[in-house]
Ligand binder design. Structure first.
Ligand code: SAM
Length: 280
């Protein structure tokens, strides 16, 4: 038994600290510690790792990560109301939890972390998607993290692991699968959260590849993929009009028919197109 086991239930913590969920911060809390430990286990053996957790809230997942043996957890939470509850967890796990009261979109956490680093989070979906794109598109690879274990709305999770030709295939699938191995590892119904959101959720686990599957400049690939899928029903020669004066030739050189639609083009050919466009 560790002092972590003696902490009060999350329902009590929420009541004691008046942590009524705020919609604007996307607060849907996980109160079942068996479930949060199960999510923590999806991140693998954490005993030799620093974990970056974004949005700990009252600390359910934070407790799961610490109970599963994480060497150190850096938790970044925007809502200052959660700090006293998180402080209690820090006291129960001396030296293993650091909490920063900050907006995860406005802070570079790397100075507070020692490699190897894994990222685990249950975040509001718009913040989660934005952070995911940032974590996947630094100029250099491999990144500062080894893996990402992230909760998303189920529909977003399906977009991350989607294959060419499917409705869910697009920017998220291409950027995630270019530099990482991505899979859905858990499904959660709305009732797993308090208050329950309108939709189901899923946990996606992404492992950073040692090198991208195909060479390309991250910014160019990000831009061309965003433009191609912005008008996904259009043929690529129309959707990418403006990307280059001779876009039809560039498409053909990359092995893409100018009349193809973005959703039929695989990662290898998008990377070839990005390389061609980067040449100017
Ligand atoms: N991890 C907790 C759990 O699983 O029960 C809370 C999850 S709740 C879906 C999302 C958390 O992210 C909330 O605590 C919210 O205050 C926090 N949050 C929202 N936007 C944030 C941001 N930009 N930076 C850091 N934390 C944020």
């Amino acid at each position: 038994m560790s002092a972590l086991d003696d902490l009060p239930s999350l329902a009590r913590v929420i009541a004691a600290h008046g942590l009524s969920a705020r919609k604007a911060l996307g607060q849907n809390f996980l109160l079942d510690l068996n479930l949060t430990s199960k999510i923590a286990r999806q991140a693998g053996d954490l005993t030799q790792c620093d974990v970056l957790e974004i949005g700990p809230g009252p600390g359910g997942l934070t407790r799961g990560l610490l109970m599963e043996g994480a060497r150190h957890v850096l938790a970044i939470e925007k809502d200052a109301r959660c700090l006293p509850a998180l402080q209690e967890i820090a006291e129960a796990a001396p030296g293993r939890l650091t909490v920063l009261n900050a907006d995860a979109l406005g802070i570079d956490p790397r100075a507070h972390l020692t490699p190897p680093i894994r990222i685990v989070a249950n975040l509001p979906y718009n913040v989660g998607t934005e952070l995911l794109i940032r974590w996947l598109t630094p100029p250099d690879w491999p990144p500062f993290w080894q893996s990402l274990t992230l909760m998303f709305q189920r529909e977003v999770a399906e977009r991350i692991v989607a294959r060419p030709g499917s409705k869910a295939y697009g920017r998220l699938a291409l950027l995630a699968q270019w530099r990482a191995e991505a899979r859905i590892v858990m499904h959660l119904p709305p009732e797993a959260f308090t208050p329950p959101p309108k939709v189901s959720s899923a946990v996606v686990h992404l492992t950073a590849l040692p090198a991208p599957r195909y060479p390309a400049d991250a910014k160019v690939l990000e831009r061309v993929v965003a433009q191609a899928f912005n008008q996904r029903r259009k043929m690529l020669r129309a959707a990418l009009k403006g990307a280059a004066p001779d876009i039809e030739d560039r498409l053909i050189a990359a092995g893409i028919k100018p009349t193809d639609r973005a959703e039929t083009v695989d990662l290898e050919r998008f990377c070839a197109l990005a390389r061609g466009l980067a040449e100017g």
